[in-house]
Design a protein around this ligand. Structure first.
Ligand code: SF4
Length: 378
């Protein structure tokens, strides 16, 4: 039994097992994703977090088969709705894209083609998978624009992307992703380019549509506030590997390893003294070409010295189930991390960790979600 198999979830939609995405370069093999396993059920949101280069986006692009015909070697298993994606032909994979799995990209201005109207692009995405006339596809595009909250969709359907605001473009992207009612939506930093009020509207929209379509969502983000608000489960990635995985309210309140502590501590806490300095994670993400020996986080980890026998710098910790929890995996050699976190990390003073924990508990509402479109409190 894998660690994931003993938890109660809805109908399993996506299973990723021992996924490896390696890129052959002139300097050697870049191991962008190195043995990643997780699964997502229908109607569930999985938040994947980590710094740039941790493998979040690369692993998700592998689900869409977007590393095919590149210098990447992809191994492992990706099973979507019972179908193993890595063994499909290019044509079979092309038919899955958009219909069974769709992506909402970070920058809609780059993702939408500037030469075609927004409506034509949504209609095209619909016609690829449905044998319908152009006028029926346009009608569907108008319907989708209305569904994602674009005012006067029958008129705006003929606008070009540059005639839409940033928030409207992101809504249009969501409409395009949902036009074929895919079971799985991968949202790669979908609100990064948006201001906080529009971000809140887009997240609300995604949640509303997820309920309506019963889709599973993989939300790739570096924003733990978004994760606290949106995700049912969190997967923390570092150096191409999962380093912590568990239910959101468990993982964000009882994080078990120092990298997750660092992510939480570096979140600005809007309730604390604004003169207090931020607490960034020291150092830089590891080279994926020649990663550090042992735990990839050890050169940056202030707790490594506590682990005996130089274990952190010599032995890669296994991703293991935390004793006494139903489902919470962590990759760390440190003994009794829960006590270290509560007695030492949190005791250092106010930090984002407390704010995120309060947000998870519903004590501290996520401020942007309570602002109206003009930025006033509602
Ligand atoms: Fe730090 Fe060691 Fe845990 Fe890695 S295994 S996070 S270096 S304590």
């Amino acid at each position: 039994m894998t660690p994931h198999e003993d938890r109660v979830v809805g109908e399993q939609l996506l299973t990723v097992k021992d996924l490896r995405v390696h890129f052959k370069t002139h300097d050697g093999m870049v191991k962008a994703v190195d043995g990643l396993s997780y699964d997502v059920a229908r109607g569930q949101t999985l938040g994947i977090v980590g710094e740039s280069g941790s493998g979040k986006s690369v692993s998700s692009l592998a689900i869409l088969g977007l590393h095919r015909n590149t210098n990447a070697t992809v191994t492992g298993e990706i099973t979507l709705g019972g179908v193993e994606l890595l063994t499909l032909t290019d044509e079979e994979m092309r038919r899955k894209r958009g219909r069974d799995v769709a992506m909402i990209f970070q920058d809609p201005l780059s993702a939408l083609h500037p030469y075609y109207t927004v409506g034509a692009q949504i209609a095209e995405a619909y016609r690829i998978h449905n044998d319908v006339s152009k006028s029926a596809a346009k009608k569907r595009a108008v319907e989708m624009l209305g569904l994602v909250g674009i005012p006067q969709p029958d008129r705006r359907v003929d606008d070009y992307p540059h005639q839409f605001s940033g928030g409207m473009r992101q809504r249009a992207m969501i409409g395009m992703a949902l036009v074929n009612d895919p079971g799985l939506i991968i949202a790669d930093e979908p609100t990064t380019a948006l201001d906080v009020t529009v971000q809140a509207q887009i997240l609300d929209l995604l949640q509303k549509l997820q309920k309506e379509f019963n889709s599973a969502i993989i939300m790739i983000t570096h924003d733990l506030g978004v994760v606290a608000e949106m995700a049912d489960e969190v997967l923390v990635m570092y150096g191409g590997k999962a380093v912590e995985n568990g239910p959101t309210n468990e993982l964000l309140v009882h994080p078990q390893m120092p990298y997750t502590w660092g992510l939480l501590s570096s979140v600005p806490d809007i309730t604390s003294d604004p003169n207090l300095p931020l607490r960034p994670i020291p150092g830089n993400p590891p080279s994926l070409l020649s990663p550090p020996s042992g735990c990839a986080f050890h050169p940056r980890c202030t707790f490594a010295a506590r682990v005996p026998d130089n274990l952190c710098s010599t032995t890669v910790p296994a991703l293991e189930q935390i004793e006494g929890k139903t489902f919470h995996l962590s990759r760390c050699h440190l003994r009794d991390p829960e006590a270290v976190y509560h007695n030492e990390v949190l005791a250092e003073g106010p930090a984002g960790a407390s704010a995120i924990a309060a947000q998870v508990a519903g004590v501290l509402p996520n401020a942007p979600r309570h602002l109206d479109a003009e930025g006033g409190e509602s």
